[in-house]
Design a protein around this ligand. Structure first.
Ligand SMILES: Cc1ncc(C[n+]2csc(CCOP(=O)(O)OP(=O)(O)O)c2C)c(N)n1
Ligand code: SF4
Length: 298
């Protein structure tokens, strides 16, 4: 996975990498996984040859969303749980633009879960980055629907008493076209997952198990380090077999598999199935007509 040739290429392209850097003050806590995730995204964009004007980043609310001023380019920072309708709308309006969306587990699996279902079922052409730190970071450590049973959180000081949703099993149950998982400490690996996801034509779901040293005391980096395994090391693993993928993601405690876990290359994305856009060569943004509305302004 960690391709030395690519790292060499990246060092040659470091000028391009710097174009994505901003001079904004970093507000994330020390050792937060968000640093590694955003670093990997910038690497992937450089290695895949994206220019700043080729992509749009849509951010949900939360610590992950505060990444919006730390990357140069077109960015949108919206309402909590609502990043996917915004991102999907942008991707449908202008298919020539690569749309990338980012959200935490609160935004994805609590407030925005209906939008996740809709985006996966329609296979909208969006690269979606799920920052899974198993809690609501920005609201100082509330439990989300992915927080483990037994966790003591600021909003539930007597411990969480229900089991978490299994995020990947839930996603896989919706018949997605691309599911990958990585870990915020593995920047080279995340970069590879993002590069694959950038090339995917439909909805690419990439979950990053993210360390939140400030509020997630249940699963610190070392907890993940002891459990994570690379899927390419699993014998006879077939990433086109959805039932095999669902079996391996059931375990969230012992063996946590990272990599491209499931891919359906045959699935048609939204543009290929939606009857009104079939075969249309122009983008909606090109079809918008300018109308004179001055009479309504009087
Ligand atoms: C509609 C709405 N509801 C609630 C909030 C309050 N709020 C701000 S950040 C946040 C938690 C974010 O947690 P998560 O989505 O997991 O992202 P993280 O901070 O962990 O990256 C909440 C509930 C809000 N801003 N908007
Ligand atoms: S609260 Fe957690 S997720 Fe938020 S910046 Fe701090 S370490 Fe990162």
């Amino acid at each position: 996975m960690r391709d030395k040739k690519d790292l060499h290429k990246l060092s040659k392209l470091s000028g391009d990498y710097l174009k994505y850097e901003t001079n904004k003050v970093l507000t994330w806590c020390g050792n937060c996984g968000n640093y590694g995730i955003q670093n990997a995204l910038k690497r992937a964009l450089v290695l895949e040859g994206y220019k700043k004007e080729d992509f749009l980043m849509c951010f949900d609310i939360g610590c992950n969303g505060n990444g919006s001023d730390k990357i140069e380019g077109y960015t949108l920072h919206g309402l909590h749980g609502r990043v996917l309708p915004v991102a999907s709308g942008c991707a449908l309006a202008n298919p020539k633009m690569k749309v990338i969306a980012s959200a935490g587990d609160g935004g994805t699996f609590s407030e925005g879960i209906n939008h996740l279902v809709c985006a996966i079922r329609n296979d909208y052409p969006v690269l979606f980055i799920h920052h899974n730190n198993e809690n609501y970071g920005l609201t100082v450590g509330q439990a989300s629907s992915l927080t483990r049973c037994g966790a003591i959180m600021n909003g539930t000081p007597k411990e969480v008493t229900i089991d978490p949703i299994n995020s990947l099993d839930f996603v896989l149950s919706l018949n997605p076209s691309f599911v990958a998982r990585s870990f915020s400490g593995e920047i080279g690996h995340i970069t590879e997952m993002f590069r694959l996801a950038l090339k995917h034509k439909g909805f690419a779901y990439v979950e990053i198990l993210q360390s939140c040293p400030t509020y997630n005391k249940m699963t610190p980096d070392i907890w993940y380090a002891k459990r994570i395994k690379m899927i390419e090391d699993k014998k006879d693993y077939d990433k086109s077999d959805i039932w095999q993928a669902r079996r391996i993601v059931r375990d969230m405690e012992n063996e946590i598999w990272l990599g491209l876990l499931y891919e359906n290359k045959k699935k048609s994305n939204f543009f290929e199935t939606y009857p009104f856009r079939k075969g249309v060569k122009t983008a909606l943004v090109e079809e918008v007509r300018h109308k004179d509305i001055s009479q309504f302004m009087q």
